[in-house]
Design a protein around this ligand. Structure first.
Ligand code: NAD
Length: 259
C-alpha cells in the first residue's frame, strides 16, 4: 500500500499485542509512526524494534484517560512530524465479571479507557484531519460491539459504545475526506486473551491450554486470530483506496459473528 508511506499515524496502546502489530505494520509501509502507552520501558522496546526496520518513530508516554496527556502528545507529534493523519484507537482493557458481582470500580475503569480514551483522542486529533480534507480514524472494537456474552457487561457496553462513536463520527465527517471505521476482532492471540483465559481456567478448574483451546473452538475456523491479521485490515482501511468505506465495523474473527 504505497500510499501509506510518509503518513503520520498514531497508535494508542502500542506496547504489546494488537497495537504493537499495527505499529509494526505501518512501519513496514514507511509511515511515520507514533506509538503511545503507559510504560516507558515497554514503549522503548517497541520503538527500538521499529527503528531497526528503518521506520521513523516517535514514542511518547500517554495514558489515554488523561486529557492533558493526550494534549501534550498532540503538541509533541506536531513538533516532530506535523498533524496526525491516521488515528488508531487501540488502547483497551477487558476485565471480566458477572454483572451483579462487578464492582463500580471495574465498570468505571472500562468506560474510562475504552470509551473516554477513544473520545479524548478523537476530540484532540479529528479537527486537523478535517482541515486537511484527509484523515482516518480506526477504532479497534471487538465482535462484542455487535453481540454479547455473559460475564463481560462492562466490556460489551464499552465496545458497543465504540461502534456508536464510529458511526456518529462517520456521519459527521462524511463530506470531509475523513473516514471513521471499526475493526472487530474475535479472540486474538495476545497477552490480554491469555490473561482472560487464565481467569477462565481458574474458574473452571482447567489448565490454561484447555481454556485457550475452548476460546479457539468458539471460532468457526477453530483458532485464535493473530494480531497481524487485525493489523492488515487496519492498513487496508487507512489506505487512500478505502475512501468509500466509512461507518463500518469489519469483523476479523474467523466467521464467529456474521451480523
Ligand atoms: P493488550 O492488553 O495486549 O494491549 C492493550 C494495550 O493497551 C497495552 O499496550 C496497554 O498498556 C494499553 N492500555 C491499556 N490502558 C491504557 C491507557 N489507559 N492508556 C494507554 N494505553 C493503555 O490487549 P490486546 O489484546 O492487544 O487488545 C488491544 C485492543 O483490541 C483492545 O482495545 C481490545 O479491547 C481489543 N480487542 C482485543 C481482543 C483480543 O482477543 N485480544 C479481541 C477484540 C478486541
Amino acid at each position: 500500500m504505497k500510499d501509506l508511506a510518509g503518513r503520520i499515524v498514531l497508535v494508542t496502546g502500542a506496547t504489546r499485542g494488537i497495537g504493537k502489530a499495527i505499529a509494526l505494520a505501518f512501519g513496514a509501509e514507511q509511515s511515520r509512526v507514533v506509538i503511545t502507552g503507559r510504560t516507558a520501558a515497554a514503549l522503548e522496546e517497541v520503538a527500538a524494534t521499529l527503528r531497526s526496520t528503518g521506520a521513523e518513530v516517535l514514542a511518547h508516554q500517554c495514558d489515554v484517560t488523561q486529557k492533558p496527556h493526550v494534549e501534550s502528545l498532540r503538541q509533541e507529534i506536531e513538533k516532530r512530524f506535523g498533524a496526525v493523519q491516521i488515528l488508531v484507537n487501540n488502547a483497551g482493557v477487558a476485565p471480566a465479571a458477572d454483572f451483579l458481582e462487578m464492582t463500580d470500580k471495574l465498570w468505571d475503569e472500562v468506560m474510562r479507557v475504552n470509551v473516554n480514551g477513544a473520545y479524548n483522542c478523537c476530540k484532540t486529533f479529528l479537527a486537523p484531519m478535517i482541515d486537511a480534507h484527509w484523515g482516518r480514524i480506526i477504532n479497534i472494537a471487538s465482535t462484542v460491539a455487535r453481540v454479547a456474552y455473559p460475564g463481560i457487561a462492562a466490556y460489551a457496553t464499552s465496545k458497543h459504545a465504540s461502534l456508536g462513536l464510529t458511526r456518529a463520527l462517520a456521519m459527521e465527517t462524511a463530506r470531509s475526506g475523513v473516514t471513521v471505521n471499526a475493526v472487530c476482532p474475535g479472540y486474538v492471540n495476545t497477552e490480554l486473551t491469555r490473561e482472560n483465559a487464565q481467569r477462565l481456567a481458574e474458574k473452571r478448574g482447567q489448565s490454561l491450554d484447555q481454556a485457550l483451546a475452548m476460546l479457539a473452538a468458539s471460532c468457526p475456523q477453530r483458532r485464535l486470530i493473530e494480531p497481524e491479521e487485525v493489523a492488515y485490515v487496519t492498513l487496508m482501511l487507512a489506505s487512500d483506496r478505502a475512501r468509500g468505506i466509512t461507518g463500518q465495523a469489519i469483523q476479523v474473527d474467523g466467521g464467529a459473528v456474521m451480523a
